[in-house]
Design a protein around this ligand. Structure first.
Ligand SMILES: O=C(O)C(=O)C[C@H](O)C(=O)CO
Ligand SMILES: [Zn+2]
Length: 278
């Protein structure tokens, strides 16, 4: 039976890939579509990405055949970030105020999840990152200013940015999800440079607040065999564990980063010297 699972690829497979082939395998262009809930099940650490943009009617989080579950969170957990305008998420009858850049963690066993926008004309845009969970942690909301903040970078390297860790070992507790938001300061363009890999975890980047005619040149691949993709706002990059994941924008932007895999140690990274990259 044909599966809609997004299957993982290895570094040897992308050699000779055209730009379109790279995008077909490692970029999801339309995650957030007005009036729709979209679900993307992958074999990258069994991560499932979700996009929900409620307009004139609420939307629901539904199980998909690929996860063979009675309800979406029967066997898994999820983190949502609102990258749009004000909204509300109702989970098992509890209302969560989803201001822009609020983060909501929903644990294993949460049965009924409904998405709302305060104004259907300027909707909330919920990006969800889900991974298998073998125990239940409490549903927890973090407001847009909550989390562990790291001020990174420098003007001289054009990468001043605020990294906000929200779902992580010292924040909202989860089984394996690590999730947060990084926002570039005005005039800065580079994220995650010097680059790194982490074979222990898969990472997805959802870029957002990229002006319509601007792009992020997202660097991926093995450090000695780099490739790039031109990424627009609200597009999702799937970064396999063997790949660097860095980007330089044509204007400042933000992105949701999220990881799942062997551990939840944010700083468990294999750093790459810029001079080593090819
Ligand atoms: O700008 C950055 O640097 C990041 O946001 C890095 C990501 O959080 C990451 O790649 C963590 O592994
Ligand atoms: Zn990383």
């Amino acid at each position: 039976m044909a599966s809609n699972m997004i299957r993982p690829i290895g570094p040897d497979q992308i050699v000779g890939f055209s730009q379109q082939e790279l995008r077909d395998h490692l970029l999801i262009e339309k995650v957030l579509v007005p009036g729709e809930t979209r679900t993307f099940a992958t074999h990258y650490d069994r991560i499932v990405a979700v996009g929900a943009v409620p307009t004139d009617a609420p939307l629901k989080l539904e199980a998909v055949p690929e996860i063979r579950s009675e309800f979406f969170l029967e066997h898994r957990e999820i983190g949502f970030v609102n990258v749009g305008a004000q909204g509300t998420i109702v989970a098992d009858g509890v209302e969560y105020d989803m201001a822009p850049e609020a983060v909501l963690y929903l644990g294993r066993g949460t049965r009924d999840v409904t998405f709302y926008s305060a104004d259907g004309g300027t909707p909330a845009k919920y990006y969800g990152f889900s991974a298998p969970a073998h125990t239940a942690f409490p549903n927890t909301l973090a407001g847009p200013d909550e989390g562990t903040i790291r001020e990174l970078g420098d003007q001289t390297t054009a990468n001043t940015r605020r990294l906000r860790q929200v779902i992580h070992e010292n924040g909202i507790r989860s089984c394996q999800i690590v999730m947060g938001v990084t926002r570039l300061q005005a005039g800065s363009m580079w994220n995650t440079m010097p680059a790194h890999t982490h074979e222990r975890r898969t990472e997805f980047y959802l870029y957002f607040d990229v002006p319509a005619n601007e792009r992020v040149v997202h660097l991926m691949g093995e450090p000695e065999e780099t490739r790039h993709m031109m990424v627009a706002s609200e597009q999702l990059v799937m970064s396999p564990s063997w790949s660097i994941h860095s980007g330089v924008g044509t204007q400042a932007y933000a992105f949701v980063w999220a990881m799942a895999g062997e551990n939840q140690s944010f700083d468990d990274m294999d750093h790459v010297q810029i001079s080593e990259m090819v």
